[in-house]
Design a protein. Structure first.
Length: 432
C-alpha cells in the first residue's frame, strides 16, 4: 500500500468563506485524502479579529497572531488567502508566500486582476502553484475548464453573467414587479448583496473577472483597458419596456478577439427572451465560451456564497495535493502575448434609447433630426405619454450603428431643455 503524503495548510481570513472552508476541510479530511492520495492538514489559521464570534471553536494551537508568519514557516505547504482586496494584507500575504515557495490558493479576483501577471512570474520561478478558480464565478469551474477541459480550443470569445448580485436584482425587478431600491434592500437581507454593494452594481466586480478570463482565453497578459457600465441607472420602466419589446435586461461581461485586438466590455444588455442566457435568473452565473473545434460551450452554476466558493477552493487545493504543478495562466509568462486593446466606439450595436421629455410640439421631430444628423437609422419608435399628458417617454430602437454615434446622440439630446431625466442607452445583443 502506498503511504499517503501530508500537505500542511494555513487559512488566512475566517469570514463566511474562510470559516466554511475550515469546517469543510476538517470534516471531509478522510475522503479528500483518499481522492487525492494526500492528506490536507490545517496547521495554522489567522484573521483580523481573533475574538469575533464564529460558528466554530478556534483551536488556539493553530492561531497565528501575525498572519505573515505562515509565509515564513518551513512546515507550511499551502496558503489559502481569503482576506480580499487588491492591496494591503492580501497583497503582502500572496507576494510573500510565493517568494517563499508556498503554493497559494485564493478567491481574490481584485488581486489577480491587478497583480496576476507579476504573481504568476514569481510562482513559475519558484515552481509553485497560484490557483484562483474561486476568484471567478464561485462554483462555476470555468478556470479549470479553460486550463484543462478546453485546452485543445482556439477561443475567440467569452461572455456571460458573472455577478450574482446584479443578476438577482435585475431578475427580481422583472419577476416581482419591484423597483431597484426595494430589491437591493431585500438582496442585502438575504445575503445576496454586501452592505456596500458598489463593485457589484457599478460593474467593477464583473470587470475584474472578465480581465482574468480574457487572459486565459487569449493566452495574453491581463489587459487593464475595459469599457465598464453598471446597472445603477436601470429602473422599472426599462425592465417593463424590455419585456414589451421581447427582451430581458442582463449585466453581461463580453471579451472577444478580432484581428489580434481585444475588446473587453461590461454593460447592461437587452437579450432576446428566447435566448439561453435570458433564462439565467437569481444569483446564478453562466459563462459561454466560443471556440474551435468545440463550438459553443456553456457552464452555469452558483456564482457566490460560501458553499459555491468552497467547492472551487477545494478543487484548487486538491490539484495541489495531487502534485500538479502548473502555470497559473495555462502557459508560461514567456509565451503569453501582449495583445492590443481596442475601444468599442467603432463597434456596431443595435440599441435601446429612452428619452423622458416634456410633451410639447416639436420634441419628437427634434429628436429624430438628431438621429438623422448622426447617421443612425431608427428601427422602431414608441411614444408613451404620461397620465397627466404633460410628459412623455420616447423609446427608440436603432438599426446597427457605431457605438460612438449612439453616445453622441445621448450627449446632444441630454442638453435639450425638453429633457426631464437623463437619457438611457442600453445595447441590444452581444455584438456585430
Amino acid at each position: 500500500m502506498i503511504n499517503k503524503k501530508i500537505m500542511n495548510i494555513a487559512i488566512i481570513g475566517l469570514g463566511n468563506i474562510g470559516g466554511y472552508l475550515y469546517k469543510y476541510l476538517l470534516s471531509n479530511k478522510k475522503i479528500l485524502s483518499k481522492k487525492n492520495n494526500c492528506t490536507p492538514n490545517i496547521i495554522f489559521i489567522s484573521a483580523k479579529n481573533k475574538n469575533r464570534k464564529r460558528k466554530f471553536k478556534i483551536d488556539k494551537k493553530k492561531w497565528l497572531n501575525n498572519y505573515l508568519e505562515a509565509t515564513q514557516s518551513k512546515n507550511v505547504d499551502i496558503i489559502v488567502e481569503l482576506i480580499g482586496g487588491a492591496e494591503g494584507p492580501a497583497k503582502k500575504l500572496v507576494f510573500n508566500a510565493l517568494k517563499n515557495k508556498k503554493h497559494v490558493v485564493t478567491a481574490n479576483k481584485a488581486l489577480i486582476a491587478k497583480y496576476g501577471d507579476q504573481l504568476s512570474k514569481i510562482a513559475e520561478t519558484n515552481n509553485v502553484n497560484l490557483e484562483f478558480e474561486a476568484a471567478v464565478c464561485g462554483g462555476v469551474p470555468i478556470i479549470r475548464s479553460l486550463k484543462e477541459g478546453l485546452i485543445a480550443n482556439k477561443i475567440n470569445r467569452v461572455y456571460g453573467i458573472f455577478n450574482g448580485t446584479s443578476n438577482y436584482i435585475l431578475s427580481t425587478m422583472d419577476k416581482k414587479n419591484e423597483d431597484f431600491k426595494n430589491v437591493l434592500l431585500n438582496a442585502k437581507k438575504l445575503g445576496y448583496a454586501e452592505s456596500n454593494p458598489k463593485s457589484d452594481l457599478n460593474g467593477d466586480d464583473v470587470a475584474a473577472k472578465l480581465k482574468i478570463l480574457s487572459s486565459l482565453c487569449f493566452n495574453s497578459f491581463i489587459d487593464k483597458n475595459i469599457h465598464v457600465e453598471g446597472i445603477n441607472f436601470i429602473d422599472k420602466a426599462d425592465i417593463d419596456n424590455a419585456n414589451k419589446l421581447g427582451y430581458k435586461i442582463k449585466l453581461l461581461g463580453v471579451s472577444e478577439i478580432l484581428n489580434k485586438r481585444i475588446y473587453q466590455r461590461v454593460h447592461p444588455t437587452l437579450i432576446k427572451k428566447s435566448s439561453y442566457i435570458a433564462s439565467i435568473d437569481g444569483v446564478l452565473n453562466a459563462v459561454i465560451v466560443d471556440g474551435q473545434p468545440v463550438g459553443q460551450n456553456v457552464i452555469q452554476g452558483e456564482g457566490a456564497g460560501p458553499e459555491a466558493t468552497t467547492s472551487a477552493l477545494i478543487s484548487d487545493i486538491s490539484s495541489i495535493l495531487r502534485g500538479n504543478i502548473k502555470f497559473p495562466f495555462s502557459i508560461s509568462s514567456n509565451e503569453r502575448k501582449k495583445l492590443k486593446y481596442k475601444v468599442i466606439s467603432d463597434r456596431l450595436f443595435s440599441a435601446y434609447l429612452r428619452f423622458d421629455v416634456l410633451d410639447k410640439p416639436g420634441v419628437l421631430s427634434n429628436i429624430t433630426n438628431i438621429f438623422s444628423k448622426n447617421k443612425v437609422s431608427i428601427k422602431r419608435l414608441i411614444q408613451n405619454p404620461s397620465k397627466t399628458k404633460k410628459n412623455s417617454s420616447i423609446i427608440i430602437i436603432t438599426h446597427d450603428s457605431k457605438d460612438k454615434s449612439l453616445n453622441k446622440i445621448i450627449k446632444q439630446i441630454k442638453k435639450k431643455s425638453y429633457i426631464i431625466k437623463n437619457p438611457k442607452l442600453i445595447r441590444i445583443g452581444i455584438s456585430n
